[in-house]
Design a protein around this ligand. Structure first.
Ligand code: T5A
Length: 224
């Protein structure tokens, strides 16, 4: 494991939100937008996953393999995946000065295993301290929409439900409240985006937030 206090020279952006909020869609759009305007690499990644070992954990957890053992076991597995992802991909990219855009990160553990799953926040804080250390996002975009809308979008793909999509609507309502609560507690790091809008409008809202919060990134000019 690399030193968790590794100084980060790049910019770390995470996208968070409930099921079908449009995170993957907007990660791609934001990366394309930044690549057209910056002179340094932009890396896109996701959690759980982002490294070979973490992708193996992703497959097992989303298939429900850890569900019988409860939210603590799931949080440990997500944390093990995160540790590998941080060591192999995120921290090296940040040290090289690159921009990393990650689809889900610590706030998903706080919302899914914590607020909605019932795991003690003190346990999650301890895990974050050990696993994430100082590698915190510079900006977290919380894509907010009614859970019914997000679940309908996910269902429309016709791929069946994974471990968390299959939870009751009340679980997804708690998730939405949890993400909004995180944004309210950490307004310097987080920005709430209306994700019920059309994709182009969501992209524009994200671009405006980047321009406001990370002006150096937004204003570097076209690749030369
Ligand atoms: N999890 C994860 C935890 O419990 N704890 C953790 O610590 C972590 C890291 C990951 C699961 O693991 C859980 C959370 C999740 O349940 P996943 O497959 O990565 O599983 O799940 P999601 O991140 O929810 O991925 P989805 O693909 O379901 O949702 P996205 O990425 O938010 O949405 P996207 O972009 O794929 O869009 C969904 C559909 O809607 C359309 C798209 O074309 C697509 O068909 N769409 C829109 N339609 C209308 N208007 C818009 N604005 C739209 N934007 C996209």
């Amino acid at each position: 494991m690399q030193e968790s206090e590794t100084p980060a020279g790049g910019v770390f952006i995470t996208l968070e939100g409930g099921e079908g909020a449009g995170k993957s869609t907007q990660v791609s759009r934001l990366a394309a937008r930044l690549r057209a305007r910056t002179n340094h690499p932009v890396v896109t990644t996701r959690e759980p996953g982002g490294s070979p070992y973490a992708e193996e954990i992703r497959a097992a957890v989303l298939a429900g393999a850890a569900k019988p053992y409860g939210p603590f076991a799931e949080a440990l597995l997500f944390s093990a995946a995160r540790l590998d992802h941080l060591d192999r991909l995120i921290r090296p990219a940040l040290v090289r000065g690159e921009t990393v855009i990650c689809d889900r990160f610590i706030d998903s553990t706080r919302a899914y295993q914590g607020a909605a799953g019932g795991l003690d926040p003190a346990v999650l804080n301890a895990l974050e301290r050990v696993v994430v250390g100082r590698t915190r996002p510079d900006l977290t975009l919380i894509l907010d929409l009614p859970p019914e809308t997000g679940l309908a979008r996910a269902a429309a793909r016709g791929e069946g439900q994974d471990r968390f999509e299959a939870e009751a609507l009340s679980f997804h309502a708690r998730l939405r409240a949890a993400f909004l609560d995180i944004a309210a507690r950490e307004p310097g790091r987080c920005a709430v985006i209306d994700a019920a809008a059309e994709p182009d409008a969501v992209e524009a809202a994200i671009a405006a937030t980047i321009a406001e919060r990370l002006p150096a990134l937004a204003g570097e000019g076209p690749r030369g």
